[in-house]
Each structure stands twice: as structure tokens, then as C-alpha cells.
Design a protein around this ligand. Structure first.
Ligand code: ATP
Ligand code: MG
Length: 202
């Protein structure tokens, strides 16, 4: 090894040691043990997949998760096929809200039905993670009672974590959350005319 190389290596070692010390100090500071509220919003792709990824993590640790989906998809949901087989209950819309419907009353009925089941999950201390997929729209459009939803999330069991996904999360959701991620839309294949793909988009 040349002396330049070993100098570089030494510099790198000192830098990573300093970085490690900083990270260790921050880790040592995090002492609170409780479930978190996570909001994944923004216009970019990856909100629901991140939510389901977390549910998968939870199940992989032998914990219990539950999913409420607030939009009736055009396609079957790959995650549901897998997770239901692994004991994850799903509350899904029978009828009503899709991007195509214009029937507000039917949409509200459908949303309320899913919400009633979601409330059961949010009150169950056995459930470690609750995913409320696409729920942001239900509050954005006033399909569900804001106060009721926020209160149910707030009053959930201490160890339970909750994930809310969807575009345009209202301020109250962001304020209440412990973690908020805004996924930015830089590019999307669909805009270049590429069809949504099974196994990638649903
Ligand atoms: P995903 O389910 O892939 O994680 P998402 O939850 O972030 O996506 P949604 O707004 O729920 O996004 O949209 C669901 C569908 O729309 C998916 O098929 C996704 O690929 C597609 N989609 C997401 N973002 C965009 C975008 N910016 N432009 C076009 N299509 C999008
Ligand atoms: Mg989504």
C-alpha cells in the first residue's frame, strides 16, 4: 500500500469513527418505548408499498398486524393474497369508493363500513401494527368524521403503531404523527405510457 493510500485509509477511519460516535450518542438518547404513528404521503409512488412493507416486517417478527383499505382497487391486491394467508385480517370496501364513482352517499357508506372495522383494530392491544391504506382521502373529502378518526388513533393501545398512507394528508394527521414521509414524484413510468404492472404496481 502506498503512503497516500494509507493516509487516505487513516482519514477514512477517523471520519467513520466520529460518525459512529455521533450515531451512538443519538441512539443512546432514544429511550422512549411506545408505538408510533407514521404518515406516508406525497405524490410519488411507494406509499402503499412502504405501508405493506412495514406490515410484512411486523408479521415476520411473529407480531400481529391488521389492514384497512379505503379504496376499492380495480385489481386484486398482491399483498392481500400473501398476508391474509399469514393471518393478517383485511377490512376492504365491498362497494363504493373507487376513482370512478361519483356517488358521494355510496362512497361514504363504503368508507364508514371499513372505518368501523378499523376502529376494532385500533382498540385491540393484541394488534401491533395497523395499516390504514389510502385513508388520507377519507379525511380530505370529509367522508369520515375527522374528530372521531383522530381520537381513535390517539387513544389506540400504547404499544400499537399505526400507518396512514395516501396523498394530501391533512395537517392534523401530520401534526399528530411521530414520523411523516413525503414521497416526491420525480418520474413515473406511467407518464411515459408504460402500463401498470402486476407484481409491481399492485
Ligand atoms: P404503490 O401502491 O405502488 O406504493 P402509492 O401507494 O404511492 O403506490 P397511489 O397514489 O396509492 O400510490 O397509487 C396507486 C397506483 O398508482 C399504483 O399502481 C402506482 O404505481 C400508481 N402511481 C403512484 N404514483 C404515481 C404517479 N406519480 N404517477 C402515476 N401513477 C402513480
Ligand atoms: Mg397507495
Amino acid at each position: 500500500m502506498s503512503s497516500d493510500d494509507s493516509k487516505l485509509q487513516e482519514k477514512h477511519k477517523v471520519k467513520s469513527q466520529k460518525h459512529k460516535e455521533k450515531v451512538d450518542a443519538r441512539v443512546a438518547k432514544a429511550k422512549i418505548e411506545r408505538g408510533i404513528m407514521l404518515v406516508i404521503t406525497g405524490n410519488g409512488k411507494g406509499k402503499s408499498t412502504a405501508g405493506f412493507g412495514t406490515v410484512t416486517r411486523c408479521v415476520g417478527h411473529g407480531q400481529k398486524a391488521a389492514v384497512a383499505q379505503f379504496i376499492k382497487g380495480k385489481w386484486e391486491c398482491g399483498e392481500r393474497n400473501l398476508l391474509e394467508k399469514n393471518g393478517v385480517p383485511f377490512a376492504v370496501m365491498g362497494t363504493g369508493f373507487t376513482w370512478d364513482t361519483q356517488d358521494r352517499t355510496a362512497d361514504i357508506e363504503a368508507a364508514t363500513e371499513v372505518w368501523n372495522q378499523a376502529k376494532v383494530y385500533l382498540a385491540d392491544p393484541q394488534v401491533d401494527v395497523v395499516l390504514l391504506d389510502e385513508m388520507t382521502y377519507m379525511l380530505g373529502y370529509d367522508y369520515l368524521d375527522k374528530e372521531e378518526v383522530l381520537t381513535a388513533i390517539q387513544n389506540r393501545p400504547k404499544e400499537q403503531s399505526v400507518i396512514v398512507t395516501g396523498r394530501g394528508a391533512i395537517k392534523e394527521l401530520r401534526d399528530m404523527a411521530d414520523t411523516v414521509s413525503e414521497i416526491k414524484d420525480e418520474k413515473h413510468a406511467f407518464k411515459a405510457g408504460i402500463k401498470a404492472r402486476r407484481g409491481v404496481d399492485w
